[in-house]
Design a protein. Structure first.
Length: 330
């Protein structure tokens, strides 16, 4: 009751704007001037403290700013600080500490040059953004229109108008544990290494011999086996003598997909000379034309043949004919 009396007296004197002499309550001393109400230890170093409420029965404490609606509230029922229309200002090298360690397990602040988020002890803290059920997008901007974004909804990292650099011998690993493959530069060459490397979209070109077939003779010969699932993108023929026939005689050369069992007969492309076609000049590669959109798609181990058929009379013969085939992995 004595303390309450002195608090009421002190409040009344402050309200009148009077200068208050020093009051001592327990180990705490209070003084007041026209601008400052001061609480301090009565005996310096005594460890006196001011408590608002007691354990398990606190008090709301509210601090107002100079702007309407600006305040900081200690909400005892919610066990939380509530900040409304105010800012917290930390100077250079002032940090917010987190964790039970006396110096904080991790701290965050500004050192005058850089915004710092750092563990107190090396390699002891993990920083997570979101969780497995409550993910968030993250976005880093450059000085222009570029950015790097982790898109949580699509589980992708998006690079927009920014580059990613890997220094010499810095490697990107693939597969569980990084054991299935890697790509890096050793300072001279770009190296792609792994037990099995499949470069989809990589283009291959092979030369396949069809050989010599006499005029007016039909023949079909194997020229290629698909080493993996692939797409034929171009086919050219070249002959040592060239092909030309009469107006009535037609020589047709067809590129066929025979399938894995060799029993198929799906035309990938066909070229002919004579009344319905063109002339092939010696040693001049000539395209076989448009490729069938379905049959140009080969499955691993499909066999491919060239087939020569003459119709309408004496056709043309081939002289060491070769096929140049371009394909890509799919």
């Amino acid at each position: 009751m004595k303390h309450k009396f002195w608090v009421l007296i002190l409040a009344g004197i402050i309200a009148l704007g009077l200068t208050v002499p020093a009051f001592t309550m327990g180990g705490v001393r209070s003084t007041h001037s026209n601008t400052v109400l001061l609480f301090k230890e009565y005996d310096t170093g005594s460890g006196a403290a001011i408590h608002f409420g007691v354990d398990d029965d606190g008090l709301d404490v509210k601090f107002f700013g100079a702007t309407s609606g600006a305040y900081a509230l200690w909400d005892e029922s919610a066990d939380a600080w509530v900040f409304n229309a105010i800012s917290m200002h930390f100077g250079d090298s002032d940090y917010i500490l987190f964790g039970d360690d006396g110096d904080g397990d991790i701290k965050i602040g500004f050192d005058g040059t850089q915004f710092v988020l750092v563990a107190n002890t090396d390699d002891t803290v993990a920083i997570h953004f979101g969780s497995s059920t409550k993910a968030s997008d993250l976005k880093w901007f450059d000085t222009g229109s570029g950015y790097v974004q982790f898109d949580a909804g699509n589980a992708t990292v998006v690079f927009e108008d920014v580059d990613q650099y890997m220094n010499d011998d810095d490697q990107i690993f693939f597969g569980d544990g990084g054991a299935e493959g890697r790509i890096y530069s050793d300072g001279t060459d770009l190296i792609i290494s792994g037990d099995t490397c499949k470069l989809y979209g990589e283009t291959f070109t092979v030369m396949c011999k069809f050989g010599t077939v006499a005029a007016s003779t039909d023949d079909e010969r194997p020229v290629f086996v698909a080493p993996f699932d692939c797409t034929i993108t171009a086919a050219y023929l070249m002959d040592a003598t060239g092909l030309a026939t009469s107006a009535t005689a037609i020589t047709t050369i067809t590129l066929n997909d025979k399938g894995a069992g060799g029993s198929g007969n799906n035309a990938i492309a066909a070229w002919n000379c004579g009344a319905a076609g063109t002339v092939m000049t010696a040693f001049d590669p000539l395209t076989m034309g448009a490729l069938d959109g379905t049959h140009k798609l080969l499955t691993a181990l499909d066999s491919v043949t060239l087939k020569k058929v003459d119709t309408g009379g004496v056709g043309a013969g081939t002289d060491e004919m070769i096929l140049m085939l371009t394909y890509e992995r799919r």
